[in-house]
Design a binder for this molecule. Structure first.
Ligand code: SAM
Length: 236
């Protein structure tokens, strides 16, 4: 891969070069989805557990960069209610959404689920008052004890050919009727699909049968990459 393409791919997805072989092994049928999750977790979990507060949530920048990067989620939070962070890691996004919402006059109660038992436990220890609301599970098959007003996830939490089923599962079992599913933030190629960019999250989810997906896009430090956030509301 040419160096500038590698830079763009790295800006889109931290760690793509270590995750790519796992995707390739899955795509070739060498490993199943359970092994895909185990191998991804074997890379993600030690890196998050060894890092500082933000790295414990998958972000390698400063506190200011965290705010700039992750606060995009507030573009889709405009109501009081429950908020589930799928892939909550050390809980920093749960706490940030709680704080950012309060600053906007909203009462948002955060919940979390993570496939990593160690990261979920870290989140419980960092936020003891929310300990009962943080679960360990693979969100792709998890049936929570309640449904949530707003659920945030990333499509990259499952193998590529399982993403539609993942969204359908969250719609059927995790988001409450009339609630909202948020996907992102995602770092996306700014190039159009015809120029070799891949279709973005919003276009992909619309093509799966949810036509009313909304999205916001923000500049990324890399000129060919944009941060995106996509969301849609379920029927009541
Ligand atoms: C990049 S971190 C996101 C942390 C935080 N939600 C944020 O946006 O800053 C991704 C987290 O998702 C978790 N994760 C990945 N796949 C998952 C799955 N299928 N079910 C639940 N959690 C998953 C990982 O263990 C990791 O802690």
């Amino acid at each position: 891969m040419p160096a500038e393409s590698a830079d763009r791919e790295r800006a889109k997805e931290h760690g793509y070069d270590v995750l790519a072989p796992i995707d390739a092994a899955y795509a070739s049928g060498e490993i199943d989805s359970g092994e895909w999750h185990r191998r991804v977790l074997a890379i993600v979990e030690p890196a998050y557990l060894a890092g500082d507060e933000r790295m414990g949530s998958g972000h390698s920048g400063t506190a200011q960069e965290w705010e700039r990067s992750r606060s995009i989620v507030m573009e889709a939070i405009d109501r009081d209610g429950t908020f589930l962070d799928v892939g909550c890691a050390n809980g920093l996004l749960m706490a940030s959404v709680h704080r950012w919402s309060a600053e906007r006059g909203l009462r948002v109660e955060p919940y979390g689920v993570d496939i990593s038992a160690a990261l979920a436990e870290l989140a419980r220890s960092r936020y003891p008052r929310w300990a009962q609301r943080i679960w360990t599970a693979n969100a792709a098959s998890w049936r929570p004890p309640m449904r949530f007003d707003v659920v945030r996830t990333g499509l990259e939490y499952v193998p590529a050919d399982r993403r539609l089923a993942f969204v359908q599962h969250l719609v059927d079992h995790v988001v409450r009727p009339g609630g909202r599913l948020i996907i992102g933030k995602t770092n996306e190629d700014r190039r159009a699909p015809g120029e070799d960019g891949t279709p973005g999250v919003a276009a992909t989810v619309r093509s799966w049968g949810w036509p009313d997906v909304r999205e916001v896009r923000r500049p990324h430090d890399h000129p060919e990459v944009e941060q995106t956030l996509a969301w849609f509301d379920l029927r009541s």
